[in-house]
Write a protein that binds this ligand. Structure first.
Ligand code: AMP
Ligand code: MG
Length: 327
């Protein structure tokens, strides 16, 4: 199976969602968000992006299950917000009505199964609200294996070290076929691969902006122990996976925050990025070297922390963590 239909559908879906997010961000007044039960923010764009992606997937693959981050229950209690979401979705999908938008959003409430799509309509909502990085992350998983990934990063320059390059990068990968990127608005893809050189980018690591999403002090110590000499690059969202996959950094460290040591990572925060890095020649495991488990549920109960690398320093990072744990 070459997954060409799935790949094209994923690309089309995340592109539309990214365009909606860019319009919301350009027109947004202040920090325009609702708070979810777990106190994390959610915006009109999160709902609109999920509606567009789920609408596209259910039309193209009516049998497929979607496991996405948002649901419409909160939105249905705020009619003004629902109206706003509907208006944005209508710009891309003329037949959108509020009930249809809620139905599309809730098409994402499926459970992990033999074949499913997983979607984070806006990964890095805090970055989105701060005018920093965010991503629309979509992946197809079969029998626990990520097969197709599309990751739209509307605020990520095509070349990190070249400020004159276009802003907006789309990463795509299909298992066994490599990883590639394109300007978000164009169709010309170029293959990407991790950086295994000892140059500036090859001795840099990436981590979250939000201190609550990792353990910055420990991440710094581990990076130093494995020979990373440059200061970390802090970035929101799975754009960090894109950075490792195309060689902007050698390593992405995400160790459990001391404030939430029992936090379990969600599948939609990692599935797309993980395939893109693996297909670019890198490695992705949890902090104990175990593969990420995309087959059990939306929370990765069997994993803790995430280590993403260009391959060369992966074992050293895990050995260092064991050593630190023993002292
Ligand atoms: P990032 O932009 O890499 O900092 O990650 C954003 C993601 O972090 C969100 O999509 C959340 O699902 C996730 N998140 C929320 N709380 C935590 C936590 N305590 N530890 C790790 N990740 C978290
Ligand atoms: Mg997320």
């Amino acid at each position: 199976m070459n997954y060409d239909r799935e790949k094209q559908a994923a690309i089309a879906a995340v592109r539309r969602a990214a365009a909606l997010c860019q319009q919301v961000r350009a027109e947004m007044v202040g920090a325009d968000s609702l708070e979810k039960g777990d106190r994390s923010p959610v915006t009109v764009a999160d709902f609109g992006a999920q509606a567009l992606v789920c609408q596209h997937l259910t039309k193209t693959f009516p049998q497929d299950v979607i496991v996405a981050e948002e649901d419409s229950s909160e939105l249905q209690q705020h009619s003004d917000k629902l109206r706003q979401v509907t208006q944005y979705v209508q710009r891309f999908q003329l037949d959108a009505t509020s009930p249809a938008v809620c139905t599309w959003i809730d098409a994402g409430n499926g459970s992990v199964s033999e074949r499913y799509w997983t979607l984070d309509p806006i990964d890095g909502t805090k970055g989105f609200l701060r005018n920093d990085q965010y991503a629309i992350a979509l992946a197809l998983v079969e029998k626990g294996q990520v097969k197709v990934a599309a990751l739209a990063c509307p605020a990520l320059p095509l070349r990190l070290d070249d400020p004159s390059s276009e802003t907006g990068t789309l990463f795509v990968a299909v298992r066994g076929q490599g990883a590639a990127m394109a300007p978000l608005g164009e169709t010309v893809f170029e293959p990407i691969s991790v950086n295994q050189a000892a140059d500036e980018a090859g001795s840099r690591f990436v981590e979250s902006v939000e201190s609550a999403h990792g353990h910055h002090a420990l991440q710094q110590a581990v990076a130093q122990a494995v020979g990373i000499t440059q200061p970390s690059l802090r970035m929101d969202s799975q754009a960090k996976y894109g950075a490792v996959a195309r060689g902007d950094a050698a390593l992405y460290l995400r160790l459990p925050s001391p404030k939430s040591p029992n936090y379990r990572e969600k599948i939609w925060d990692h599935a797309a990025g993980a395939l893109i890095v693996e297909e670019a020649g890198g490695r992705v495991t949890d902090m104990y070297g175990q593969p990420l488990d995309f087959s059990s549920g939306y929370k990765m109960e069997h994993n803790q922390g995430v280590i993403v690398s260009n391959g060369t320093r992966h074992a050293a990072v895990i050995e260092t963590l064991v050593k630190f744990d023993q002292t």
